[in-house]
Design a protein around this ligand. Structure first.
Ligand code: SAM
Length: 273
């Protein structure tokens, strides 16, 4: 197997400059990308979906760890670099030129189980996470880089400043924790904010689509007026009676209610409290 070209040289050789509109901040240090790949667990022979491979630093680390990678990239300028990588790793890399928001992951993996590992573009990170948490394709695990503030909003416990809708939805579906922090200077070009990697392991019995839809409605109302008491913020959904029937204090504020409490509110609402 021939050694692929160093990433910085490969970018220069192809005259590739980062595009801000596509959230392009590259990790060119293979020590960092290898660490992210290790955080995704044993990958030998495993199928991994990577969104936004760009020049391929993380892709290379995943392939070195033995993964079979399906890489979804929107920017066609990276195809030559990725094709070189595919040749080096003897067809364990499939490159899909597409918008990941519209991609059908199940058919890309022919229905086989797959995990997702990605340094996500900031502008579509949260919608992609919601798609993977609540959609029909359920990854076996997700190891995802977000801007640090979003990583905190995903993994925050009740009572924390960052605790809100995203934490409740994410933690209702998966065990979510920050596993690595990465300073802005590690990226080329550096973004304005630091980043963090979140590992999400789906729960054995995640809520059904119907429960998730209702949970989204409850959390939207509760956190839409997060300084108000639940009896007020949830007034249109049943207010005081809904809270009492669900065993949740009507004078509590949304930020103090744990995920189990939100699921009780959801189930009580669905059964027509
Ligand atoms: N994985 C590379 C790395 O770590 O160096 C690049 C990460 S960069 C933060 C995000 C990548 O996602 C870019 O390559 C960008 O072109 C790509 N991208 C942006 N929006 C996308 C979308 N909607 N679907 C697929 N890829 C997208």
């Amino acid at each position: 197997m021939s050694e692929p070209q160093p990433l910085r040289e490969a970018l220069a050789a192809h005259g590739l400059l980062a595009r801000k509109a596509l959230g392009q901040h590259f990790l060119l240090d293979l020590n960092i990308t290898r660490k992210i790949a290790r955080l995704a667990g044993p990958l030998d022979g495993k199928r991994v979906i990577e969104v936004g491979p760009g020049p391929g630093g993380l892709t290379r680390a995943l392939l070195e760890a033995g993964a079979k990678v399906v890489a979804i990239e929107k920017d066609p300028r990276f195809l030559p670099l990725l094709q070189d990588l595919s040749a080096t790793f003897e067809d364990r890399l499939e490159i899909v030129l597409a918008d990941a928001l519209a991609a059908d992951e199940s058919s890309l993996c022919s229905g086989a189980p797959a995990s997702i590992v990605a340094n996500l573009p900031y502008n579509v990170g949260t919608p992609l996470l919601i798609k993977w948490l609540t959609g029909s394709f359920r990854p076996t695990s997700m190891t995802l880089m977000f801007q640090k503030e979003v990583a905190q909003r995903i993994s925050a416990p009740p009572g924390a400043d960052a605790y809100g809708r995203l934490a409740v939805i994410a933690q209702a579906c998966a065990d979510a924790r920050i596993v690595m922090e990465i300073p802005a200077r590690a990226f080329t070009p550096p973004p304005r904010v630091d980043s963090a990697v979140v590992r999400l392991d789906p729960l054995a019995e995640p809520p059904s689509a119907r429960r998730l839809e209702a949970l989204q409605a409850i959390t939207a109302a509760a956190f839409g007026q997060r300084r108000k008491m639940l009896r007020t913020s949830l007034r249109s959904l049943g207010g005081e009676k809904l809270c009492s029937d669900a065993g949740v204090a009507p004078d509590a504020r949304a930020e103090t209610i744990d995920v189990a409490g939100f699921l009780r509110l959801t189930d009580t609402w669905l059964t027509g409290s």
